[in-house]
Design a protein around this ligand. Sequence first.
Ligand SMILES: Cc1ncc(C[n+]2csc(CCOP(=O)(O)OP(=O)(O)O)c2C)c(N)n1
Ligand code: SF4
Length: 534
Amino acid sequence: MKHVLLGDEALAQGAIDAGLSGVYAYPGTPSTEITEYIQLHEAKHPSGIFCRWASNEKTAMEAALGMAYMGKRALVCMKHVGMNVCADAFMNAAITGVNGGLVVVAADDPSMHSSQNEQDSRFYAKFAMIPCLEPSSQQETYSMTRYAFELSEQLKTPVLLRVTTRMAHSRAVVETVDTPREQNTMSLPENVQHFILLPAFAKRNYAELVANQPLFIQRSNESVYNSYTKGTKPKKAIITTGIAYNYLMENYDPAEGRSILKITQYPLPTALIEQMVKDGAEEVLVIEEGQPVVEELIHGLVPSTIEVKGRLTGDLPRMGELSPDSVRAALGMPALETKQADDIVVGRPPALCQGCGHRDVYAALNEVAREYPQPRIFGDIGCYTLGALSPFHAIHACVEMGASVTMAKGAADAGQHPAIAVIGDSTFTHSGMTGLLDCVNTKANVVVLISDNLTTGMTGGQDSAGTGRIEQICYGLGVEPEHVRVVVPLPKNMDEIKQVLREEINYNGTSVVIARRECIQTLKRHLKAAKKNS
Ligand SMILES: Cc1ncc(C[n+]2csc(CCOP(=O)(O)OP(=O)(O)O)c2C)c(N)n1
Ligand code: SF4
């Protein structure tokens, strides 16, 4: 059957058709739609696929490893920075290996459209020494997801599947199979010691992983997803990976006669690279989306007389997404006369929705903060990060999920007063809770302001892991109950909110102020659904 699917949807459908038993994920652009698609599919055609959101990427990764331990197929999805959060579990899953198929999806966001950094998840696959797949089209995203599970089960290893924003968020026709694979039945690992990473066992596993590298390379050399085509003028060659292959094909004139090596499966297919060298390549242009991973590695695989060009040499931009124009320039072709989105759409700075509770939180916080000579407000990641911009200019730091609480603690330890953390409810349960325990344990003089809108607003309103339990979590972590305060962020409550903030700032210890009002976007959705059902 043919469908028009986003790259994310093609991936999700590929996983379903591969006989998936569970998807474990924490939302994050551009990966969120994968899990949402599976959730919707499961609601319409129940087949027992587990698809509830996880608290963070590490818990997702570990639960998926548990499902793969039991012989079933599990998918883990996250945006690229999520790889940092689950890195411990991910790296060690490469050492344990898997019983059922385990596919880890990292959706990278070059150009930082909605991220705080640019990082290339292919480094993680290399770091962990496991195979990595990087499809070049939506059709390949579908087929390669199914293949990723086969590869994982055959090689008994997790497989990293890397997509980037344009692949995840653009649509194309995708042909799917008519008969999906059955889910695996439960089975236990043949050798349980594989999953017990005591040094004696781990050393053996690691030696096995190292010994498996030639096999992984052989699979890349033989993969139908890698190809080498000798050109009529093979002195000039191109290596292109993932979606960059698409950009090349859109712009390249075959009459130019360059040899083309398409790579969508790693480790690098060394035999294909050798063939390119044997065919007389003297100059190799590396076109890849993300960081210059292949460009760096290729130096160790080809004679030093071969000139390697790419992002490191300035033939392509060092940072940011590739574009048809940057690829054309690297090929020595003139830019196309096309309109850019910026020429058509008037730019709008991002802003909190009108009526959003975060606005009332910042309105009150700013007034109170002004009463102190040097307030420091440590922000976090979510819609409320927009409090850094006009008109509020309310936060003085925002680094990564959970950092508000621990940075405020560190600042308080250094002598800062007031030290205030502003964190959303989903971010709090993602990675703020452990920081709060650190605060409690040392009686740090901080106020943790949890702006609880009962959802994960920034990524489209997914369930938030702590909804209905935030106070209990704070009590459980040891915050004194009289210093867990709840307010409703509405203009009419301004005086009360300010008073609560003043009291907790003046308390010499750890306090939590929970400002709770539902995100107006999810509220609208809930009201609409309630009306429909009434
Ligand atoms: C490690 C990591 N995972 C996921 C994301 C994507 N992301 C950014 S903020 C956010 C959650 C925001 O929810 P919440 O804290 O409740 O704040 P809200 O947006 O609802 O105001 C997510 C999932 C990220 N930036 N980093
Ligand atoms: S989506 Fe919700 S949380 Fe985000 S700015 Fe809009 S109202 Fe606020």
